[in-house]
Design a protein around this ligand. Structure first.
Ligand code: MG
Length: 166
């Protein structure tokens, strides 16, 4: 059985915060505002994985109002979400992502971001891809006020009757 999952996230960019992508800190004037560390890509990936397995979403698992997740390491949240999905017997076929922002440029950091996500998920970097886009000056992303991430994943598992069809 295979399942597709889609995740999307957007964070405001402000001064005085680190810019994190998939667990990698990238040098930048602005960083993601968030209750957790704001890692927009880690959040989108977690939602894609959880959605594919119909196991909820990151906001339900780690509510932003909960003090436990204040400044949380989003890669750790991703690992927790993936552990839930793996626990239902799912394996990752591949993950593909798009990060949209004006600055910083993703390309010089792409391989490191892929490696970081792959390590967090226990898969090969070849199963993870990330593309960087700008928004051509349009909207909050184009004006440099926000960063957006989209993630799509494919999961597979053998049919496990006792788990039912979630
Ligand atoms: Mg988020």
């Amino acid at each position: 059985m295979i399942r597709i999952g889609l995740g999307r996230d957007l964070h405001r960019l402000v001064r005085g915060r680190p810019f994190l992508l998939g667990g990698l800190r990238i040098e930048s004037e602005l960083g993601e505002l968030g209750h957790s560390d704001g890692d927009v890509l880690a959040h989108a990936v977690a939602d894609a994985l959880l959605g594919a397995a119909a196991l909820g979403d990151i906001g339900a698992l780690f509510p932003p109002g909960d003090a436990r997740w204040k400044d949380a390491d989003s890669l750790e949240l991703l690992r927790k979400a993936w552990a839930l999905v793996k626990g239902q017997g799912w394996d990752l076929v591949n993950l593909d992502c798009v990060v949209s922002c004006e600055e910083p440029r993703l390309l010089p950091h792409r391989e490191a971001v892929r490696a970081s996500l792959a390590a967090a998920l226990g898969v090969l970097p070849a199963q993870v891809f990330v593309k960087g886009k700008t928004a051509e000056g349009l909207g909050p992303v184009g004006e440099g006020r926000a960063v957006e991430a989209l993630a799509v994943c494919l999961l597979e598992r053998e049919k496990i009757p006792e788990l039912g069809e979630k």
